[in-house]
Write a protein that binds this ligand. Structure first.
Ligand code: PLP
Length: 405
């Protein structure tokens, strides 16, 4: 019998955050090993429970949430997103411009599928949240990575972005606040991206899922608030800011030059209808979350649990010889660099395997985020301070051994 092979569409599709190293970790857990996980931004799994108001409303709403809804979602939560846009100064958004999804992920995938023809290019940051590279490939497009510069706090290199534009470039992705680097983009950079998008008629996809997960009193600007003559798709949701990854509640806002995008919007509407609707309990949770006051604010404020964990992870990692880290201004991650002179790593997935096998610490290798060289890894600073101290201690011990090889 002929073997059943996967589709050739998957040839360039990967998602290393849940890749082979995680499979190995699962196997080790089954064998009874306890592993410290610095690999995934699953907030509630680290004792950071979702706001009680959301959980209670979810329970209350459940008996009446068994039906399909409109494909874009229920009116009231979409209206709550419109109000959110007003707060974020994204102009001209009506309920019609808001799509609810099973997490932002579904909408990101839908929006790329609706846009791209074979060979169309999309500018994606390097490092990236790898869903973008994967989904552009799966949609038949070509991911083209622009450089984010560690030396300037991981800000996008606008000159590199410009240099990579071709007649096939259709869109530009930014992740702000950023996963995996924790960067938060200043308005000048956002304005620079708007200028590039305007000049080259690019659609801007802005991922703002960490827009309330900000440290040191920082504020966040939505790029869509900076222009009305460029088409913006802005993605957000409850997963991180409201610690509800499992409720799969996200939204997408279409704003700016909608007139130019009539046909594209028709495509978005069709794909939204094909999947019928987002889960209804999750939609209702959006209404509760955006109408209330409970977000991640207290956890990221100075002295809050996440702020303390960020500071601790940064301090401990930067004490290790040959490890440097840009201190995150936002989100849940840092992306340490390993000096190649001290750590001549040829294959960083192998590095992650070895760290897991020797020290039972799970990280994700930098190339899993489409980073150019095997000299970085991502750390999630969600574990409590005791676990973080233990985990970074084990990383330090492992690196000490690595230097002596
Ligand atoms: N966008 C970014 C930048 C993320 O880091 C993640 C999850 O880690 C997502 C989107 C996924 O969001 P959701 O849970 O809403 O699908």
């Amino acid at each position: 019998m002929k073997p059943i092979a996967k589709s050739s569409k998957l040839a360039n599709v990967g998602y290393d955050i849940r890749g082979p190293v995680l499979d190995k970790a699962r196997q080790m857990e089954e064998e009874g090993h306890k592993i410290i996980k610095l690999n995934i931004g699953n907030v509630a799994a680290f004792g950071l429970e979702p706001p009680d108001e959301i959980v209670q409303d979810m329970i209350r709403n459940l008996p009446n949430a068994a039906g399909y809804t409109d494909s874009k979602g229920l009116f009231a939560p979409r209206k709550a997103v419109v109000h959110y846009c007003q707060e974020k100064k994204i102009a001209g958004v009506t309920v019609d411009d808001v799509y609810l999804g099973n997490g932002a992920s579904e909408l990101i995938s839908m929006s790329m599928n609706a846009l791209l023809d074979s060979g169309d290019e999309v500018l994606i940051p390097s490092p990236d949240y790898p869903l973008y590279t994967a989904v552009v490939s799966l949609s038949g497009g070509t991911p083209v990575h622009y450089h984010c510069d560690e030396g300037s706090g991981w800000l996008p290199d606008l000159a590199d972005m410009r240099a990579k534009i071709t007649p096939r470039t259709k869109a530009l992705v930014l992740i702000n606040p950023n996963n995996p680097t924790g960067a938060l983009y200043p308005d000048e950079i956002l304005q620079g991206m708007v200028d590039i998008a305007r000049e080259h008629e690019l659609v801007v996809f802005s991922d703002e899922i960490y827009d309330k997960t900000l440290y040191d009193g920082a504020t966040h600007t939505s790029i869509a608030s900076l222009a009305d003559d460029v088409l913006f798709l802005t993605f957000n949701g409850l997963s991180k800011n409201y610690r509800s990854c499992g409720y799969r509640a996200g939204w997408m806002i279409v704003s700016g030059n909608k007139k130019r995008a009539k046909d594209y919007i028709e495509g978005l509407n069709m794909l939204a209808s094909m999947r019928l609707c987002a889960n209804t309990p999750g939609q209702l949770a959006i209404q509760t979350a955006l109408g209330g006051y409970q977000s991640i604010k207290d956890l990221v404020a100075p002295g809050g649990r996440l702020a303390r964990q960020r500071d601790l992870a940064y301090e401990l990692l930067t004490q290790i010889p040959g490890v440097s880290v840009v201190k995150p201004k936002a989100a849940l991650y840092m992306f340490p660099r390993l000096d190649p002179k001290l750590y001549p790593i040829a294959d960083d997935q192998q590095f992650a395997y070895e760290l897991l096998a020797e020290e039972k610490v799970l990280i994700v290798q930098g190339t899993g985020f489409n980073w150019i060289a095997p000299d970085h890894f991502r750390v999630v600073f969600l574990p409590n301070t005791d676990d973080l101290t233990e985990a970074v201690g084990r990383i330090a011990r492992f690196l000490d051994g690595y230097r002596k090889r």
